[in-house]
Write a protein that binds this ligand. Sequence first.
Ligand code: BES
Ligand code: ZN
Length: 532
Amino acid sequence: MKKAVVAASAALLTAGLATAAPAEARPGHHKPGHPHDGATSKITEAVTVNGILRHLRQFQRIANANGGNRASGLPGYEASVEYVTRQLEQAGYDVTRQEFTFPFFQELSPTTLTVDGSEVENAIFTYSGSGTVTGPIVPTNDIQVPPGPEADSSSSGCEAEDFEPAPAEPAIALVQRGTCTFEIKVDNAVAAGYEAVIVMNEGQEGRTDLIAGTLGNPKDVPVTGVTYQDGAALVEAGTPTATLTAEVEADPDRVTWNVIADLPKKALKKVKNPDEVVVVGAHLDSVTEGPGINDNGTGSAGILEIARQLTATGIDRKLERPVRFAFWGAEELGLLGAEHYVGSLTDDELDSIYANLNFDMIGSPNYVRFVYDGDGSDGDAGPAGSAEIEKVVTDYFDREGLAHAPTAFDGRSDYGPFIEVGIPAGGLFTGAEGVKTEEQAETFGGTAGLAYDPCYHQACDDISNVSTKALHEMGDAAAHAVVAITTAKGGLYPLADKPGHGKKPGKKAKPGKKGKGHGHHHGRGHGHGKRR
Ligand code: BES
Ligand code: ZN
């Protein structure tokens, strides 16, 4: 974004002293030196916090006018689709709505669990059924209290034999997190005759909190999660009598859309390598619990503003490879829009995707500058090419003197279906329910011991739940990455290096299905994780 020195040179320009302006302020006259920053200062100056905030305010208005959310399958999402479509069309893009159906789910009233007359804190699982069940809570015969030595020591409910046959009266099964998907545990409980399921966390460090997950597919019985401690108390109580009440709306095939914006025809014709498409994505949907301004109004508004400024500055006519802006639907129910998109591509189309850049949460109030860990310095690497993408971003931050940290490709956002088929990926993230450490507070500022986003997946994720400083820094880094990668002569890596090119090793008939139905816990208990 514009720096003070640039604003001053603009003043000189109006005073008729154009030749006195510093080189980097004049369009098309960028200082060489750093390979990419000179070439991208035009976009980082054009993309401003105010430009991004303007879209965020519109998303807030849309949520306010539509029941407080922008969730796929509900009117606030459709209004968001209309808004970004209008903006992109006005900016000259060729915009398509890619329609798909998905299993819609929302909790209609707070789920209650009452045991021997007192309420137990719980969090409904995505795709739970509705209903009230009163009966004994029967633990699986392999529950581990105290917990086993490590994560996934427990395989509670993974086998049919883990369940005592349900008594004749209605009964509630108690299963423990670990080893297999929540869906398998619930299906086994139902097969054994149980009419509701409680999932307790596993109990090791990092696995004690309230657990909320996704079952992947709609179920007929109520399913809710509890903390390890509360679960252990239920085990110790023998078979206490409980009442579980859940009220949800589920629709197996509700319609929603991805919004896909391709370069204006004129610009596309000038692109040197038309079959090296850079897909720049952000999910446009919110959870049903709130307006989703940080998650993921910020990513959506960020790439929308980058798209607008790309054509406004004319950079779109100087690209080496095409950019495609994608606003994904139904991310919050399991990356469903991105999965649909990747699954809809032909082999040739898949081979023509050069990279996927993902922006999911780039304005967290207690932020860290996380960059997706393409080179695996912090765990598993991304597909070949991801390291080069990561370096584009980290080199930028280094030049700006801004600290950054790697974040693993953990499958919790829309790059998931892309990396699964071997497409190089990268992008930015400023943190969700995770808690800032002392070291991070020293490096990045903010508050140690507090979540990066204390309103993650909640009603308070509103227009006040963003750091404009984060938006500024991350907006610029994102704009830089988009332009650096689409304008790099010769590319960051040869396309042939990309696994596949007609022979992708990891490619499956139905890309993106792996891991579906897995779940993991969230500190706040409002997530919809895919992992176990
Ligand atoms: N914005 C989050 C992604 C996220 C959250 C990444 C926390 C890393 C840490 C995203 O919208 C989200 O909520 N994803 C789901 C997973 C998805 C498969 C339903 C999640 O993490 O619960
Ligand atoms: Zn989310």
